[in-house]
Design a protein around this ligand. Sequence first.
Ligand code: ATP
Length: 515
Amino acid sequence: MAQQEDVFKKLVSHCKEYGFVFPSSEIYDGLAAVYDYGQMGVELKNNIKKYWWDSMVLLNDNIVGIDSSIFMHPTIWKASGHVDAFNDPLIDNKDSKKRYRADVLIEDQLAKYDDKIDKEVAKAAKRFGDSFDEAQFRSTNTRVIEHQEKREALHSRFSKALNAGDLEELRQIIVDEEIVCPISGTKNWTEVRQFNLMFSTEMGSTSDGALKVYLRPETAQGIFVNYLNVQKTGRMKIPFGIAQIGKAFRNEIVARQFIFRMREFEQMEMQFFVKPGTELDWFAKWKENRLKWHKALGLGDQKYRFHDHDKLAHYANAATDIEFEMPFGFKEVEGIHSRTNFDLSQHEKFSGKNIKYFDPDLGESYTPYVIETSIGVDRMFLSIMAGSYVEEQLENGETRVVLQLPAALAPIKLAILPLIKKDDLPELAKEIMDDLKFDFKCQYDEKDSIGKRYRRQDAIGTPFCVTVDHQSLEDRTVTIRHRDSMEQERVAISELKAIISAGVSMKELFKKLVK
Ligand code: ATP
């Protein structure tokens, strides 16, 4: 674990050192849980968004996009349930004065039981070698059974308390499980209280009775209130989807783990409108579809898993998370929810407008059911950085840090490097750059030794380095170096575009999705 934390710290400083992510307002000592993306970060982020957007609206002819505003009529948040129910249960430790989410403390405790079980299994696997039968071990080993029973008991008590919104019981679980504050090490806890996560501000001047408005905590509602506009003007027929990328704001109390939990973040959400009764089939399809999207990036299939929800939100009849193995454990990156017709019915009720869909095939109107896929850009960014960051021991004893980013998402696709800064090499390098810059984000670099320049590009995940040397002047060939293998090959300048295109095109990723 300590080693993992160490990797995480290194990743955070790497993000800063190479212009991916900076703390917001840094010269004023920062603003908690708010971050800025630097020159490399913004490119990676834009590429992630493009990968998502195109996978939705290019690959599906029944999905279109919108861009709705951040401010919306405040009654929307009343209708959606956010004013009354978008709360976190909080608990303070009286000694350290630190505040925690009660549900997170209990989830961490559940994870501890899982860890204990995994350790027993790993130990036994080592002891028994090839003859190890894991299923049998799990069902017969007394220690594993004991941990498993404790875990299940806690789990069912926790789900019950959460579903009932029973704050006293949540506190009692923390007391009974003897959960201590990680800072003070004590069990001196306050009561559990509910805290609303929405930011609010005022629209208009206060003298003329300003309107209290909220900064949207999710982009989804902008889709719901526009769904009929889109359906009618776009002549969409159910099933169809609406995709949106945009900022969302939550006054997260336990803001930690870098860009994993921010107060201002970005979401990519798609709401898929279906006929009532078909929603669970669509839910299953979107689950599969979204996992494929993640796995296509090639960061390792074992790094993803589904986590089905125990506590269903007030609007859902099925829900799952796609979790990624971050340096601090498996964590949610994306949520997939079957939201029933809750949101649309609520908007119908609160607005007093008929927003039913007329189904021309059935000749009748109904309120569609909705499957939502909701992913945080920033969490996706963190998962990609975490999954790509590698410290490599080289044969010559040196180490190199290389970001093995999926090439299609890399901020810089190729670096163009004259071997030395004279003898007309820079001129030829710039000529190549001027040709390729229309197709790829390129970087020209002539400073320092070629080895140092390669390392710099490795550290920002550039898949290709093109080196121009004296031979290039004679026969118009260059060397192209591949980031991960560090292999170099000599190719004609005229071939560069095709080679790089094949290596960095998003098309290759999209092909995996439609298979
Ligand atoms: P969590 O349980 O971690 O708070 P959530 O279940 O409330 O997340 P959703 O409301 O389902 O999250 O939001 C969908 C996605 O938006 C999440 O999967 C996550 O990627 C992203 N997201 C939510 N809250 C934040 C945040 N504070 N900072 C960054 N990304 C976030």
